[in-house]
Structure formats: C-alpha cells, structure tokens
Design a binder for this molecule. Structure first.
Ligand SMILES: Cc1cc2nc3c(=O)[nH]c(=O)nc-3n(C[C@H](O)[C@H](O)[C@H](O)COP(=O)(O)OP(=O)(O)OC[C@H]3O[C@@H](n4cnc5c(N)ncnc54)[C@H](O)[C@@H]3O)c2cc1C
Length: 393
C-alpha cells in the first residue's frame, strides 16, 4: 500500500563508499532503496597490484562497516592495522607519538585500499533485496514537490521516492540541483599518492612529517609495503609526478629520513587537488546530502571518508526511527543536519587550522609549532583525549 505512488522509499545518487554504506545501513528498516551509480566499480582485480587510493579507517567506521556486513568481506591480507603513530615537525626533536597499547586498544585504525573497501560494500549489497542498483546511470533532472522527489535519467527513465540522498561526491550534482551553494576554499595544494615496497618493516607504524614543503604521510600496508600521501604545492607536485620511478622512490625515502630503508615504487603516483568545501545546509524537504557531497576536509588527518560514515550512521539511525511516510519531512531531516553540524565543523576547523599553521614559514610560528608537538607529547592525558577523538569520530 505504502509504495503505491513510489518506485522506492529512497533514491541514493552515488554508489561510492558512502552511498553504498548508506544503502546497506538501511537493511534493518523496511525501506526500499534505488541506488544510482554512474560507473559500477570493478570487483575482480589483480591482487598482485595495489590501489593508489588507501584510507585510514577509524574504529568507529569499522564498527559501522561491521554492522552493515561489509567489514567481514574485506580480505584480511589486504588490511593493515595502525598500531602506532609518529608525527614530526620540521625540527629534528619535534615528535608526537601515539600507540595502541597506551590507549588500551589493539590498533588505532586500519589502512585499506579504496577498491577493496568498495568491493566489500558492493558484495554485501548483492545480498540485499531492499536495494535496486541501477548502473550505469546518468541523472538528468531532479524535481521535488510536496509528495515526492522525482529523478529523471538521461535515458528518460523516471523514479519517484519519498527522499533523495546525494552521495555523489565533492562536485555533487544533487547539491547543485537543490540550489545548495558550497563555499570552496582551494588549499593551493595537491595530495600526491603512491605506494612503495619497503626495505625495513614498518611494524604497523604510521608516520607523518609536517615539513616546510608540505605534509608527508607514510601509511603501513600489508606485505611490507607502504602508501604515501604528500600534500604539497603545485611546483613540488609537478616535480614528483615527472620524476622517474627510481628518482621518486629516492626522493620520498630521503624526505622520510630513510626510516624504512630503500623504497621501490609499486604504483605510479597520482595527484588530487585539495579543497575545503563547506555548506550551510545539508538537507531540504525530501533531500539530504552525505559524504563528500556535504563536506570535504584536508586529508592530513585521514578523516574524509570517516566523516561520511558518521553521516551514514546518523542518517540511517534517524530513518530507522521515523515512520516511513515521514522520512522526507524537512523537520525530521533537520535532526540529521543538527546532529552532524558540530562533528563536521570541528574536523574541518582542526584540519584547516593545522594546514595553515604548518603552511606558514614565519620563524616564530615554526618554533611554536615544533614546541607544540613536543609539549603535547609530554602530556599523556591530552594525548589520550586526542587519540580517543580520532579513533571514535
Ligand atoms: C589524497 C587524498 C587522501 C585521502 N585519504 C583519506 C583517508 O586516509 N581517510 C579518509 O577517511 N578519507 C580520505 N580522503 C577522503 C576520501 O577520499 C573521501 O572523503 C571519500 O572518497 C568520499 O566518499 P563519497 O562516497 O562521499 O564520494 P566519492 O568517493 O566521490 O563517490 C561519489 C560516487 O558518486 C558517483 N556519482 C557522482 N555523480 C553521480 C551522478 N550524477 N549520478 C550517479 N552517480 C554519480 C561517482 O561515480 C562515485 O562513485 C582522502 C582524499 C584525498 C584527496
């Protein structure tokens, strides 16, 4: 009866990590979902190769991914726990260290490749009768009235639902159709990513250097490998992308004080432009935004997709508790918006503040930030608070 005029209760536009996770998280409800994705991910890839894109998945995100049946589908040999972290400034003695044992946990986070996580989510989706996946799908028009949201595809197929969710990434088409403006701050930086085989074991230690020429992160991968994210300006990005594989490996090894010995490149480098996207509203009547469609952050804390999974947990919980006929009500959706405002703003401000602090060559600031790292390191209580927040956000 309920579905008389609708093709589904919810249309999710975008089947990336966040959209796919939301579709799965609605399994425990009686709601039906249409998931539209422009390009189906490849689920059968060569395991002797590695994805350039890797994520640090927080403990809170792992919990969500376990609840929705995706974590269990990640092959254990592709997962790498982070057992400790070393964060260094641009002075030799400026060091901040965290470790899992001190924090009373087995690991601080996990590193997993983008494609492996995407595969796990889509395999779990294949077992869901409440989700109808339409891919490739190219959305052309969206209209919302009192009764329904109607989405028209380029091939003129139309779908009506009570709620449409934009999970379509930083350039969100849904956000544009809804007339929601994003304020964008370009960082004039790029995230250069590449993976390396390493000579010395990493022992599950993630390392980060806040340097005058950018922020360099080395993330532990399984099988004695590591993944690099170097956030840097256009000049250094171009230099890194144009080096030969052996020159790049030598440059990266040197930038990390050869702490993992000699490096050998195993995936070619790629670069992503870094921007901060903020929006004033992430809901409208019959419409909500999740993931990068709702916010982007600087990758220095590795929290972008974790924020998106936080959106999923909040929105799915709200929709579960709401009568199906009311899931598109603005007043209901506002609860989701209010609940996410503070954690999203806080993470954006912290990452933005750190990026500005370390992207400044003023000598006093340089001394202060190095002092700040060492000072924080000497305060176990403060360290515990910081690490709890990062693990549980
Ligand atoms: C260099 C770098 C390193 C990062 N490292 C980390 C990290 O360590 N940890 C972390 O948490 N985050 C990290 N992030 C952030 C993370 O990549 C993003 O937050 C995350 O990918 C966002 O996922 P999403 O599903 O919201 O969007 P996306 O991954 O952009 O997915 C959007 C999906 O929507 C589809 N789509 C788009 N438009 C349409 C349309 N009109 N119709 C149908 N489908 C559509 C796309 O095909 C895509 O599949 C990093 C980012 C960068 C740039």
């Amino acid at each position: 009866m309920r579905m008389k005029n609708f093709d589904a209760d919810i249309i999710i536009v975008g089947g990336g990590l966040v959209g796919a996770a939301l579709a799965l998280a609605l399994k425990k409800t009686s709601l039906s979902v249409i998931l539209l994705e422009g390009r189906a991910p490849c689920l059968d890839f060569d395991l002797s190769t590695w994805d350039q894109r890797v994520y640090a998945i927080s403990r809170a995100s792992r919990q969500l991914l376990t609840q929705i049946g995706a974590w269990q589908r990640i092959r254990p040999e592709r997962l790498s726990p982070i057992c400790s972290m070393k964060i260094r400034g641009d002075a030799v003695d400026a060091l901040l260290e965290f470790n899992a044992l001190e924090s009373g946990v087995d690991e601080l986070a996990f590193i997993v490749e983008n494609r492996e996580l995407q595969r796990a989510l889509w395999l779990a989706l294949a077992d869901c009768s409440h989700v109808d996946i339409i891919t490739p799908a190219s959305a052309q028009a969206l209209s919302v009235d009192l009764e329904a949201a109607t989405l028209t595809l380029a091939d003129q197929r139309q779908f009506r639902a009570r709620l449409v969710v934009g999970a379509d990434g930083a350039q969100s088409w849904v956000r544009g159709q809804a007339g929601i403006q994003a304020s964008t701050k370009p960082y004039a930086q790029f995230g250069v990513v590449a993976n390396f085989a390493i000579e010395k074991p990493h022992y599950g230690c993630a390392q980060q250097w806040f340097k005058t020429d950018g922020i360099l992160a080395w993330l532990p991968l399984a099988e004695q490998k590591m993944s690099m994210v170097w956030s840097c300006d256009a000049e250094l990005k171009n230099e890194l992308l144009n080096l030969s594989p052996s020159q790049l490996a030598a440059k990266v090894a040197q930038a990390g004080n050869a702490s993992l010995g000699e490096l050998t490149i195993i995936t070619p480098p790629a670069a992503f432009e870094l921007k901060l996207n903020q929006i004033e509203q992430c809901v409208k009547p019959r419409l909500a935004l999740v993931g990068d469609a709702a916010h982007t952050v600087h990758p220095l804390a590795g929290q972008g997709v974790n924020l998106g999974f936080g959106d999923v947990a909040e929105l799915a919980d709200l929709l579960t508790k709401t009568h199906p006929e009311r899931i598109g009500d603005y007043l209901v959706l506002r609860r989701y918006e209010r609940a996410r405002r503070e954690p999203v703003r806080l993470m954006q401000s912290v990452c933005d503040g750190l990026q500005q602090l370390f992207n400044n060559h003023h000598p006093v600031l340089m001394r202060l930030r190095n002092f700040g790292l060492g000072f924080t390191n000497a305060l176990p209580w403060l360290k515990r608070q910081l690490i709890r927040h990062a693990m549980d956000s």
